[in-house]
Every structure is written in structure tokens, then in C-alpha cells.
Design a protein around this ligand. Structure first.
Ligand code: GLC
Length: 576
């Protein structure tokens, strides 16, 4: 019996634009491993991973949205290759498109409200078909796309049979609240008259606000972010104050099987016998060859969506100032996003060969190689609910330089803080001055204190960021809202090995700044083109990986590394 059902717009590796997918893709796995069968359900998009799997229809139904009937089926992934049941809702006409939120040109589809209202109703319609004793014990909704569910089960007569099931709502990103005007109110299923107020915030329908009001518990992905939402959440501050009793900040974990320097098939040199120095320098050499950087200068990378939220607009000026000062360091950027920022980076790659380079692309395999080969990873985020990249970086021995915000603050204590638990370098203010002085600290440490760098690398690579600790906190929240979530007697379902049909790509020399097929304009002078090893293929971006305005984060999956290659990094357990 499914104990926890995660309902989301994204789930790695099926559909990913960012961290939401990583979290929804790994939480159910860790729960299921702990004996609490959990499943995830997302819309069936026309994406490569989804098309490449076999699906078994488990339910068929229809829902009415604004006098229009949408037929749908719920399908389950036949191979159970993720280690937990993954369901997709196939709604022809709404989700059978090659992008998650945006079309190939980057424009939003325009019918987002209708799409996700229909999806949410379809999920509830399916749940009604379960005998009541087999219904999940918790409905766990993620972000605004699924935020109307807690309200629907309480206040829409069609779904009220589900009202006894506790709902938990997790905020991964409070910037997007899914708000729309009352002129679209007719898209909603019929509801009790008194429930109108619960939808409304400042005169418009605000799904995130509705979830904060009606979910049994609300969680955010770090404690600091919960505090920050109380200070600034685009108008919801008083609501967060009102509902504080049911709010919890729970830091995300990372999938330590996918992110394992000892077994990662996407990097060129794996960690062997805990030889961190060799692991770092060999992987750095690969990057230096590709991007034309000297090896005897620190390499500072940025990976992520090139958008304001991630603070990338701070980087061009900070880097220019730094480069002109003559301090020896190199900078690398991987990501797609706002055209203005992309252009800045392209120009800089031409202006500062050997010092700066950028890959304006969306590339999972390359991101792994960059974590493995960089000395530092910078995250100057304006807002960062949790942030996963700093954790990936630490696991691969890249020291994080972060702004003290949200989850970055919670996961990266500064090396100068009392207590001696530092993991990286932090700065407070969103300014070129503050970011530059953090960079100077990092660079001078690299040049003058190699012993400290080596010590710090070892320390951060040993930190346990796995989900085990985090799921205990979720279990506590589920229990607090009365859900009887507990390990089943029956063993978890068998994980079928994924067919290793294609070899998993190591990060191959990235050749495209914009279109993966073309040569990168960024590198100048041209870095040596690395010969691909036999059987190695350049990473092919997934359908969803088109640059879009809003969604792209650091990476989209290609293939999942073969399960066989994944073992928990011994070091994590060993050195704890
Ligand atoms: C969102 C947030 C990010 C967080 C992720 C997973 O993408 O921006 O900070 O790590 O969700 O919760």
C-alpha cells in the first residue's frame, strides 16, 4: 500500500527543470527503502525519458474543467526502475507536449492554469477509485502546481471523501505562487460557498496561499527559508505569520547514489582509494584543456539558471573587476537563462580568453565534470530556498562560495566562524563589493594555504547530505498531522536494473554555447578538442532542455546512470 503519494509537476529523471525534480525524484526512493512505500505522480509530458519507458494503464477517467471534459489515464512505469512506483497522468491535449512549462521558443504554453487544475483533479479522481483502506496515508503536494489539492479535498464536494487524508504542502519556490484572476475562477471544480475566501489573497486566486491556509502541514526546504518567507514572500508574509504553528523547515538531502564521486559514470576520473588530490587535479586538467585555462590558478565555477533569483547578474561585474585587478583565477559558467546575462558571458569569453569561459547550455553530464574539476563553486543567489548545487559541489570536493541566504546559510558555515565547522566562504550583501571580497578570500587561500584547501576538501567530501536524516523529519511531520506512516512488514518492491541500452555519457567536450550541435563560440582561443573514447558519446540534451525564460536550472537528465554502477560512497559511511 502506498503510504505517501508525492504529487508534483516534476520528478527526476522523468521530467526536470530544477531542484524540485531532484527532490521529488529521490524522497520516495528513500522512504520506500526505509520500508514506507511511497510513490510519485506527475503529468505525462512528451519527453525523452518518459517515451523511452513502458507504461501500464492503471486507471482511466475523465474530469470536467469549465464545461469541457478531459479524458485521462493514469499509467505506472512498468519497470519500476526508480525503486518506487512512478505514475503519470496522460491527458491528451494538455500535457503531450515536448516541454514542461514552455514551448521550444521558451514561451510559456499559456494554458498553465487549466493544465494543472485538470491534472490535480485527475489525481484526485484516481484516488477516489481506491478502496478507502488502501488510500495513501498522506498526500504530499509540491509547489504551486499542486497547491489546490489541499483545498479541493476539503471544500469540493466531488473530492470530500478524501478529506480525512492529511495533506502536506512543500514550498520549493515561494516566488511562483500560481496566482490568477477571478475571471478564471470558472476553471475550478464546484466548491462550497464558504471556501471562496480560502482561495483569495489580495483579490486574486492564489493557489500557494490556499495551500498554506488549508494543508495540514506546510514545509519549506530549509529552516532559514521558512524564516525568510515570513520576512518577504511577495505579499504572503502575514499569512505565513498566521499559520506558523503548522510550518516546518526541513533541509533537503541529495541522492548520494547519483552523486557519488567513486562511481559517477559522468565524470572522467573517479575518486579512488580516497585520493582526493588526484581526483581533483585530474578532473581539473580535463576542464582546463577544454576551456583553455591554466592549471596553476584556482578555477571558480557557476552552474545554474542564468536568472535574477540565482544572482548571476552580479557575476559579470564582479569577474571583470577581479580579472582587471590581475589576481590569478579562472571563471567558468554553465547554464542558460536570461538573454542579457547570456550575452554578457559570451562577450566576456571573447574578452578574457584563458580567464573566463561560458557554456550557454543545459548539460547534466558536464555539470558533474565541473563539480569534480573545480576548486570552488560560487552561488550568489538572491533567493535560495535550499539549493542543491552547493551540496553536489561539496560531495565532489569543490569548496562553496555562497551568499548567506536560505538553505545556503544552513548548509555552508563560513570557515571563519567560531566553532571550527566551516565548509566554505560566505558573504552577506548582494553587492559586487561583498562578492569580490569573498572571491579574494577564496583565491588567496588557494594560492597561499594549500594545506587548508586540502583539509577543507576532505571535510566537505565527508559531510553526510543523504536523505536518511531528512526523511525522519518528514515522518515526524506526517505523524504530527495524524498520518500513521510506519515501516511496512512487507519488503520494498524489487528494483529492476535499468537496461544499460546505451552507455552513459561522460561529460564530453562541450561544443555548443546555444545549440548543442554547433561549435561553442565562447572559447577563444579554441581549446583543444578532446578525442572521444570509444563508446563515449557527447551528452545529448533532452527535449525539455531548451532554454526557456523561467524554468531551466542547472541541468536536465539524459540517462540515469545504470543502477549497477551505483553504490553508496563508502567514505560517507566510513568516515562518519
Ligand atoms: C527550488 C529552489 C532550490 C531548492 C529546490 C529543491 O528549485 O530554488 O533552492 O533546492 O527547489 O527543493
Amino acid at each position: 500500500m502506498i503510504q505517501v503519494l508525492h504529487i508534483s509537476a516534476e520528478c527526476y529523471p522523468a521530467a526536470k527543470t530544477g531542484g524540485l525534480a531532484d527532490v521529488v525524484g529521490s524522497l520516495p526512493k528513500y522512504f520506500t527503502n526505509a520500508g514506507m512505500l511511497s510513490a510519485a505522480i506527475i503529468p505525462k509530458y512528451a519527453l525523452k525519458w518518459i517515451h523511452g519507458r513502458e507504461w501500464v494503464t492503471v486507471y482511466g477517467g475523465s474530469v470536467w474543467v469549465n464545461w469541457r471534459q478531459w479524458r485521462f489515464t493514469v499509467q505506472q512505469e512498468a519497470g519500476n526502475s526508480l525503486g518506487y512506483p512512478l505514475f503519470v497522468v496522460d491527458i491528451p491535449g494538455l500535457f503531450d507536449r515536448p516541454g514542461i512549462y514552455n514551448d521550444a521558443s521558451g514561451a510559456p504554453y499559456g494554458d498553465e492554469i487549466e493544465r494543472y487544475i485538470t491534472f490535480q483533479q485527475a489525481v484526485l479522481d484516481w484516488l477516489l477509485s481506491f478502496p478507502w483502506q488502501e488510500r495513501p496515508r498522506v498526500l504530499h503536494c509540491h509547489d504551486h502546481h499542486t497547491a489546490l489539492i489541499p483545498w479541493m479535498v476539503k471544500h469540493c464536494p466531488a473530492y470530500q471523501q478524501l478529506a480525512p487524508i492529511p495533506t502536506v504542502f512543500t514550498i520549493h519556490n515561494g516566488q511562483y505562487q500560481g496566482a490568477f484572476g477571478w475571471n478564471n475562477g470558472n476553471l475550478l471544480p464546484p466548491y462550497e460557498a464558504g471556501a471562496r475566501n480560502l482561495l483569495d489573497w489580495n483579490g486574486i486566486i492564489n493557489p500557494m496561499a490556499a495551500a498554506v491556509k488549508t494543508a495540514w502541514a506546510v514545509t519549506t526546504v530549509s529552516e532559514s527559508y521558512l524564516y525568510e518567507l515570513h520576512q518577504n514572500s511577495l505579499g504572503l508574509e502575514t499569512l505565513f505569520h498566521q499559520e506558523w504553528r503548522k510550518e516546518y523547515g526541513i533541509i533537503n538531502g541529495i541522492d548520494v547514489h547519483v552523486w557519488d564521486p567513486e562511481t559517477d559514470p559522468m565524470i572522467h576520473h573517479r575518486l579512488e582509494d580516497d585520493h582526493i588530490q588526484a581526483f581533483k587535479s585530474k578532473n581539473k586538467r580535463v576542464l582546463c584543456e577544454w576551456f583553455g585555462f591554466p592549471e596553476d590558478a584556482p578555477l571558480i565555477s557557476f552552474i545554474g539558471r542564468l536568472v535574477g533569483e540565482k544572482g548571476v547578474d552580479l557575476l559579470p561585474d564582479t569577474y571583470r573587476r577581479f580579472i582587471h585587478s590581475g589576481t590569478r583565477a579562472c571563471f567558468l559558467v554553465l547554464g542558460t537563462g536570461e538573454p542579457w546575462t547570456q550575452n554578457q558571458f559570451r562577450t566576456m569569453a571573447h574578452q578574457y580568453p584563458g580567464r573566463f569561459n561560458a557554456v550557454i547550455d543545459y548539460n547534466e553530464a558536464l555539470s558533474h565534470q565541473i563539480y569534480a574539476g573545480s576548486d570552488f563553486l560560487i552561488m550568489p543567489s538572491r533567493v535560495e530556498p535550499c539549493g542543491l548545487n552547493q551540496m553536489y559541489a561539496m560531495r565532489y570536493g569543490a569548496i562553496p562560495i555562497v551568499r548567506s541566504i536560505g538553505g545556503l546559510k544552513d548548509t555552508v558555515p563560513d570557515i571563519g566562524e567560531p566553532g571550527g565547522n566551516g565548509r566554505g566562504i560566505r558573504f552577506d550583501h548582494f553587492s559586487v563589493e561583498d562578492a569580490s571580497s569573498a572571491l579574494y578570500r577564496a583565491v588567496s587561500m588557494w594560492h597561499n594555504e594549500p594545506g587548508i584547501v586540502a583539509f577543507l576538501r576532505q571535510r566537505i567530501m565527508e559531510v553526510d547530505f543523504s536523505w536518511e536524516k531528512t526523511i525522519e523529519k518528514y515522518v515526524a511531520v506526517y505523524r504530527r498531522v495524524g498520518a500513521t506512516v510506519e515501516p511496512d512488514k512487507a519488503p520494498p518492491p524489487e528494483i529492476k536494473e535499468e537496461a544499460p541500452a546505451k552507455p552513459v555519457a561522460k561529460a564530453a567536450k562541450p561544443v555548443a554555447a546555444e545549440e548543442p550541435a554547433k561549435k561553442v563560440a565562447a572559447a577563444s582561443p579554441k581549446p583543444k578538442v578532446k578525442k572521444l573514447a570509444p563508446g563515449e558519446k557527447p551528452p545529448a540534451p533532452e527535449t525539455a532542455a531548451k532554454p526557456t525564460k523561467r524554468i531551466e536550472k542547472q541541468s536536465v537528465s539524459e540517462e540515469k546512470p545504470p543502477a549497477a554502477a551505483k553504490t553508496k560512497r563508502k567514505a560517507t559511511a566510513k568516515k562518519k
